[in-house]
Design a protein around this ligand. Structure first.
Ligand code: FMN
Length: 198
């Protein structure tokens, strides 16, 4: 089978989506949706690389606080996550009128999301400005919490992965499930928001 040149992208090694949680000046939680997320390893332990593009409220708060949470987006969370990704915090003062169930971090002062299967509490160790408005934050994972159902060692990994139901963001601004089901275009799932506290 021949290999052919194609466009630059990561369609067949897609990323899971995360909601980044930060604390606002008045103590209230703030959330934004992100996909440019990867891992690194250092002598201090497992770390996360988070790339944030143009200026936005999430970036303002990460710079100010030096800590944030990353909460895996499950299919159940997708409508709210899509809303957080399509609504600009800087120009929408009431963006947080829709909220998930919030739990504060066990180790860091960051809001985490109860409905998310896995939450990382992250401390920024280094910021790399790319010079074009993008910044890469290198962060140490200071704590992880996960849905207690995922702790069950008698359940096979594939079954637990389906239970966690992470949402993927391959190319063309679309959402897919981990088993390949189409879940809509960016901006569509938010029209089916129901399970939030307003
Ligand atoms: C599916 C999806 C993935 C996104 N991933 C990123 C990302 O990795 N980096 C980024 O800078 N913005 C990303 N965005 C855009 C932010 O979510 C958007 O700028 C949002 O307004 C951030 O919230 P805030 O304005 O309250 O900070 C993504 C948006 C969507 C819909």
């Amino acid at each position: 089978m021949a290999k052919v040149k194609t466009k630059i992208g990561n369609d067949y090694c897609p990323q899971a989506l995360f909601l980044y949680g930060t604390k606002q000046e008045d103590g209230q939680p703030h959330f934004g949706l992100f996909c440019w997320f990867g891992y690194y390893h250092s002598s201090e332990g497992l770390g996360v690389m988070a790339c944030i593009g143009e200026e936005k409220q999430t970036k303002d708060l990460i710079r100010k606080n030096g800590v944030f949470s990353a909460n895996l987006v499950s299919e159940q969370l997708l409508p709210l996550a899509d809303y957080y990704g399509c609504t600009c915090g800087r120009i929408t003062p009431d963006k947080m009128k829709h909220l998930p169930t919030v739990e504060w971090g066990q180790v860091l002062d960051v809001p985490t999301i109860t409905e998310s299967p896995i939450s990382f509490e992250l401390e920024v160790k280094k910021t790399i400005p790319m010079g074009d408005g993008s910044d890469i934050f290198l962060c140490l994972i200071r704590n992880v919490t996960q849905d207690e159902q995922l702790q069950d060692t008698t359940v096979p990994f594939t079954e637990k992965l389906m239970q966690a139901a992470p949402v993927l963001a391959p190319g063309e601004e679309t959402y897919f499930s981990i088993d390949g089901r189409y879940l809509g275009k960016w901006g569509e799932p938010m029209n089916h928001m129901s399970n939030t506290k307003e």
